[in-house]
Write a protein that binds this ligand. Structure first.
Ligand SMILES: Nc1ncnc2c1ncn2[C@@H]1O[C@H](COP(=O)(O)OP(=O)(O)OP(=O)(O)O)[C@@H](O)[C@H]1O
Length: 262
C-alpha cells in the first residue's frame, strides 16, 4: 500500500523497550516510531516476540526497560508513567484493539448492535436512535447484514464475528489501532475478503495501525512499513516493498523465500 506522506507527525514511539521471559524470548531493546496515518507491520515467525511487543505498545504489559510514548493531542504521554486508570481510559477512548480471536474482543451474548454501541456509549453517546443508526451503518461498512443488528454474535460465523469486532473497534474512530493477526484462524477465502475490506477501511479512514502478523501476504497488502523480528530483536526494518522484494538480512531472505517459493 502506498504510504501517505501528507502528515508525518509521530504518533507512537518505543524507546529501547524490553521484556524478556528468557534468553531470546520476549523482546529486547526495541525502537519504534509510528507516524500518523501509517500502518506498521511487525512480522516474524512464531515465538519471535511480536505479540509481546504489541502488549507493551498497547499498554497491556509493562516493559522491564524502556519507554512507550504516545503523542496525544495533549502532548507526549509516557504510557507506563501515567498510571493504570489513565492507560485503560486511553485504550477505551482513543485506541482500538483487534484481537486475533474475535471472542476476546466481543461480548458474545449481547446483540451485534450493542457490541458496536458500547464503545460509543463509553465516549458519552446516549441517544438510542443514534447508537442504533451507528450500529446499522457500521454493520453495512463491514459487509454484515444490518438486519441482523439484534442477533447475538454467537450466532455468527468466525469471519462475521471478526467483521463485527472490527466494526466495534472502529466505530469510535480511534487515533491508533492495534491488530494482532486480524485474519488468523479463518479459512483462506474468508481471509481474502476480510483483508480486502480491512484495506479499504484503513485507506478510507486514514488509520494509524500497529499490525502484528506472521503472514507476509497480509503484511504486503496492509502495511506501509515493516519491522522484522527474530528471537526478540528487530533484524530489519524498511518500506514493505523494499523488505519483501529485496530483503537484506539473511533471516528476512529465508522468511520471504519460504513463503514465496512454491
Ligand atoms: N507471559 C509469558 N511468560 C513466559 N514466556 C512468555 C510469555 N509470553 C510470551 N512468552 C515467550 O516469549 C516468546 C515470544 O512470544 P510471543 O507470543 O511474543 O511471540 P510471537 O512472535 O507473537 O509468536 P506467535 O505468533 O506464536 O504468538 C515465546 O518463546 C513465548 O513462549
Amino acid at each position: 500500500m502506498k504510504r501517505p506522506d501528507l502528515d508525518r507527525a509521530t504518533l507512537l514511539e518505543a524507546r529501547g523497550v524490553s521484556r524478556l521471559y528468557g534468553p531470546g524470548k520476549g523482546c529486547e531493546a526495541i525502537d519504534i516510531r509510528l507516524h500518523r496515518g501509517e500502518v506498521l507491520g511487525i512480522v516474524g515467525e512464531s515465538g519471535s516476540g511480536k505479540s509481546t511487543l504489541l502488549r507493551l505498545l498497547a499498554g497491556m504489559e509493562r516493559p522491564d526497560a524502556g519507554q512507550v510514548v504516545y503523542h496525544s493531542h495533549e502532548g507526549e504521554l509516557d504510557l507506563y508513567a501515567i498510571g493504570e486508570a489513565r492507560r485503560r481510559a486511553l485504550l477505551r477512548m482513543e485506541w482500538g484493539l483487534v484481537h486475533q480471536n474475535p471472542r476476546d474482543g466481543l461480548r458474545l451474548g449481547v446483540s451485534a448492535g450493542a457490541n458496536i454501541g458500547e464503545r460509543l456509549m463509553a465516549l458519552g453517546e446516549r441517544h438510542y436512535g443514534q447508537l442504533r443508526a451507528a450500529g446499522q451503518d457500521w454493520m453495512g461498512r463491514v459487509e454484515l447484514d444490518p438486519r441482523r443488528i439484534d442477533d447475538a454474535p454467537k450466532t455468527f460465523s468466525g469471519g462475521m464475528q471478526q467483521r463485527l469486532q472490527i466494526a466495534r473497534t472502529l466505530v469510535t474512530r480511534p487515533n491508533l489501532v492495534f491488530m494482532d493477526e486480524p485474519t488468523g484462524g479463518l479459512d483462506v477465502s474468508v481471509q481474502a475478503r476480510l483483508l480486502d475490506m480491512l484495506r479499504t477501511l484503513v485507506r478510507e479512514l486514514g488509520l494509524s495501525v500497529i499490525l502484528v502478523t506472521h503472514d507476509l501476504a497480509v503484511a504486503r497488502l496492509l502495511a506501509h512499513r515493516l519491522m522484522v523480528m527474530r528471537r526478540g530483536q528487530v533484524v530489519e526494518t524498511g518500506l514493505t516493498d523494499q523488505i519483501l522484494d529485496d530483503p537484506q538480512h539473511a533471516y528476512t531472505q529465508l522468511l520471504v523465500s519460504s513463503v514465496l517459493t512454491p
